[in-house]
Design a protein around this ligand. Structure first.
Ligand code: FAD
Length: 333
């Protein structure tokens, strides 16, 4: 595996996570530029079937063990270190999600490898990997050279979700799967006691094609019905920035941003949202962003594809009426 680019394939409750496909796309770009193979490493229990979904890699290493049924960073690290020890991958890409966050850093600490976290992009320059890192909700950006000590020394790279489009990493291609045996102690220091499920009955924002997001500029809970009307006209759902959730106008399951959900709908309509880094982090990869704000200097306009400078309370009924009129005329909204 010398020089290979490895991707830690994250799974959650029997499904490959979206971020895994994103990392496979990014890993493929890096591997191709370096002229080395791309390997996916999957941990789990009786989850070999999931390896078939990782055809974007050139090969898959499947680590199967009862203690890997749940993603416990320490246990996964024990397994991964056994597989990686003695090999010389070029880099190990690890998703920076709540599930996998700790694994990359633990691998680095256990194997004495350099770890670069908070990456949202990787580039190959003169045969070396450069990581583009974003910290503190976008307030600090840094270019970090991943390999410092020797050209053969691997690095562990923690990658934010959203680095690439997941769709491009899904393929039916069949690739070789190797089963790797590991020895894990029955008495792991950390065990999962139970899941606490999020409140039931909420809309899953991550599955919506259209999101109508409201911010403090909506001014009053009573005005939310106008946003609901627009969302209904567009066939989407309403979500909000943190102040809207903090005031109890929408449930926590509707919060977008750093301490909420990361969404990538086809259309994201931001109404009276200033565009703080913590909000942008959760929606910047939406395919089409339309912003309405009374302040022409609002940072949301830096990421919006279309912007309307105006009063959201005037714009909302006008937008909804225009969309309903187009639908009535048999045109696409
Ligand atoms: P404001 O920043 O107050 O902006 C309101 C906007 O509405 C302004 O731009 C104003 O010009 C406009 N406006 C006012 N009236 C009108 C009108 N009539 N018509 C049109 N426009 C109008 N925020 C999140 O959203 N999600 C998170 O997950 C999140 N996590 C955080 C985590 C941490 C650790 C921290 C420190 C902060 C977090 N925040 C988060 C908060 C974030 O920093 C901002 O405070 C928040 O996003 C601002 O929300 P807002 O844009 O709705 O409000």
């Amino acid at each position: 595996m010398t020089g290979n680019i490895c991707v830690l394939a994250e799974q959650w409750k029997g499904q490959i996570s979206e971020v895994t496909y994103e990392l496979l796309v990014l890993g493929r770009e890096v591997a191709d530029q370096l002229g080395v193979p791309l390997t996916a490493i999957l941990t789990g229990f009786r989850s070999r079937d999931l390896a078939a979904r990782l055809g974007a890699a050139d090969s898959v290493i499947n680590i199967d063990h009862p203690l890997l049924a749940e993603v416990i960073p320490q246990t996964c690290t024990d397994a991964l270190v056994q597989v990686l020890t003695g090999t010389r991958p070029g880099a190990v890409l690890v998703p920076l999600t709540n599930i996998s966050l700790g694994i990359g850093t633990l691998i680095g600490a256990r194997m004495g490898l350099p770890v670069v976290n908070f990456c949202n992009d990787l580039k190959v320059t003169d045969g070396r990997i450069e990581a583009h890192c974003v910290m503190y909700g976008g307030k600090i950006e840094a270019i970090v050279e991943a390999r410092t000590a020797s050209a053969l020394q691997p690095a562990v790279l923690g990658i934010w979700p959203g680095a690439r489009r997941a769709d491009n990493g899904r393929t039916e291609r069949a690739v070789p799967v190797t089963d790797a045996a590991v020895v894990l102690e029955g008495t792991q220091p950390i065990r999962l006691s139970k899941y606490i499920e999020p409140e039931a009955g909420g809309v899953d924002l991550t599955k919506q094609d259209v999101l109508v997001a409201v911010g403090r500029g909506i001014q009053d809970r009573g005005n939310l019905s106008m946003a609901e009307d627009l969302a209904n006209a567009l066939g989407g759902a309403v979500c909000g920035s943190r102040p809207v959730i903090d005031q109890g106008w929408l449930p926590l399951s509707r919060q977008v941003g750093k301490s909420g959900l990361t969404v990538k709908p086809k259309v994201y309509v931001a109404l009276g949202i200033s565009g703080a880094p913590e909000h942008i982090e959760g929606m910047k990869d939406s395919r089409l962003i339309i912003a309405v704000n009374s302040d022409p200097r609002a940072p949301i306009f830096n990421v919006a594809h279309y912007g309307i400078v105006g009063d959201v309370l005037e714009m909302l009924p006008a937008l909804t009426a225009a969309i309903e009129a187009r639908k009535a005329a048999g045109q696409h909204a």
